[in-house]
Design a protein around this ligand. Structure first.
Ligand SMILES: Cc1cc2nc3c(=O)[nH]c(=O)nc-3n(C[C@H](O)[C@H](O)[C@H](O)COP(=O)(O)OP(=O)(O)OC[C@H]3O[C@@H](n4cnc5c(N)ncnc54)[C@H](O)[C@@H]3O)c2cc1C
Length: 420
């Protein structure tokens, strides 16, 4: 059957890849609409590099109209989904509705800032480009404030940056901040490098638990040698305006706390009357949602069993893009009345940078660490970042960064005051 209206809710890794694949294979007469808060995909694996001023914010986003030019894009916030009437309600310039025949949920997850008392108020999340830019600015304003602070204790507080979480995002952002401080301190000659600290707080007994133990140990050794203060088996119990209190009773006085832990279900998913597992939509093996014809889910907001391993697919970009390719195939098959296939993917591996031009990686079962792993990390992300224009800009920017010091301009968001 043709003429179906396919609506994809979310323009992240899952939604954008799905739209790009559908436009190659969609049956004649069908339409694809992406409904998303932003008109771009955010390449989150590179957000830490924006924090550390290694790359510009524009290099980690790519317009959806370039990725899936034949899809219709609606840049609006969806407020409600009516599964009975097959309509979604949105808030844009004004309220509106979009009708669908097939709806794909690809709206990701949010940050859970209620995990630790004080986190919502005093810690800074890293999820969006805005978060990354804000953090970059925060580091710079703390350095500027520290140059004016005569009190040594307060100066140290201003130039101490604590990162919560020793997974990929935490390790990468801690490494980036440490590199950024080292390369920018030449412009702040009155600051003592010994007073500028990055502290990484991790509740587990080793860093990067997703990678083999040896790589986590390598990361710990190298990062400690680079001067990072790494606290393992340490859980934040409370965060206030001045410090983080750990489960051991110790306190870390830090002027900036960054949290990379905790996710919360998207409110849209929470309100949907469908089965969920830990806040994610429980799907059939082919990513359709049981008991709701015409509804599909993928990416971080979905709980999908990987037919290859029998385990739930982890919430990563690597899986979201593979699910999207499989779902494009399944949607077309379902519309044509053909059989759909279960999601099946053998993970390729994982990589993480640890600062100082070093990384750790496990790719196709091969473990790498140090500079070679770092080169591989850059190569992989250069290939994966969407659009040729961005690949080129990223390549130039990375090479530029090897020759010249980090850009320490504080990018203010203030606007000229208008008088009526
Ligand atoms: C800092 C960081 C680093 C990461 N590093 C890696 C890494 O190195 N490797 C890796 O594989 N994964 C990494 N991840 C995880 C990866 O980014 C996610 O798994 C991936 O983004 C999931 O894709 P998604 O499309 O499901 O969700 P998202 O990419 O989050 O996209 C969700 C989309 O839904 C839209 N949306 C949400 N609610 C609404 C609404 N109400 N109305 C309209 N639109 C809405 C959003 O605007 C967005 O476009 C990282 C994540 C972070 C935060």
């Amino acid at each position: 059957m043709t003429g179906k209206r396919i609506v994809i809710l979310g323009g992240g890794f899952a939604g954008a890849t799905l739209a790009a694949n559908l436009q190659k294979s969609i049956p004649a007469g069908c339409t694809v609409t992406i409904v998303s808060k932003e008109n771009h995909i955010t390449y989150s694996p590179l957000l830490a590099e924006v924090v550390g001023a290694s790359i510009l914010p524009g290099h980690v986003v790519a317009p959806l109209r370039q990725i899936a030019g034949r899809a219709t894009l609606c840049m609006v916030r969806v407020s409600d989904i009516d599964l009975q009437a097959r309509k979604i309600h949105y808030l844009g310039e004004g309220p509106g509705t979009i009708e669908y025949d097939e709806l794909v949920l690809a709206c990701g997850v949010g940050a859970n800032l209620a995990l630790v008392p004080g986190m919502a108020r005093y810690a800074l999340p890293l999820k969006t480009v805005g978060d990354a830019l804000f953090l970059r600015n925060r580091i710079l304003s703390r350095l500027e404030q520290a140059t004016l602070q005569p009190n040594v204790r307060l100066r140290r507080w201003l130039t101490t940056f604590a990162v919560l979480g020793g997974g990929f995002s935490g390790v990468e952002v801690a490494g980036e901040i440490s590199d950024f401080l080292r390369s920018s301190l030449r412009y702040y000659p009155t600051l003592d490098p010994e007073d500028c600290k990055v502290c990484l707080v991790h509740s587990g007994d080793r860093l990067l638990p997703e990678l083999p133990e040896g790589l986590g140990d390598f990361a710990l050794r190298k990062m400690t040698r680079s001067g990072l203060d790494i606290r393992l088996n340490a859980r934040a119990e409370r965060i206030d305006a001045r410090s983080i209190e750990l489960n051991s009773g110790q306190r870390i006085a830090a002027g900036t706390v960054i949290c990379t832990i905790g996710t919360a279900p998207n409110p849209l998913i929470e309100s949907l009357p469908v089965d969920k597992i830990r806040g994610r939509v429980a799907t059939n093996p082919d990513m359709s949602v049981p008991g709701v014809p015409g509804l599909w889910a993928l990416g971080d907001c979905a709980h999908i069993e990987n037919d290859w391993s029998g385990l739930p697919a982890p919430p990563t970009a690597q899986f979201a893009t593979r699910e999207a390719k499989q779902l494009a195939h399944n949607l077309c098959a379902a519309i044509r009345g053909e059989e759909t296939q279960p999601f099946r993917f053998r993970p390729l591996g994982a990589l993480a940078t640890i600062g100082h031009n070093k990384a750790v990686a496990e790719v196709f079962g091969i473990r790498l660490s140090g500079f070679v792993a770092w080169l591989l990390w850059r190569g992989v992300y250069l290939l994966r970042v969407p659009t040729l224009a961005r690949k080129l800009r990223l390549f130039l920017e990375w090479n530029w960064g090897m020759l010249f010091p980090a850009d320490i301009a504080h990018l203010g968001f203030s606007r000229t005051r208008r008088r009526s």
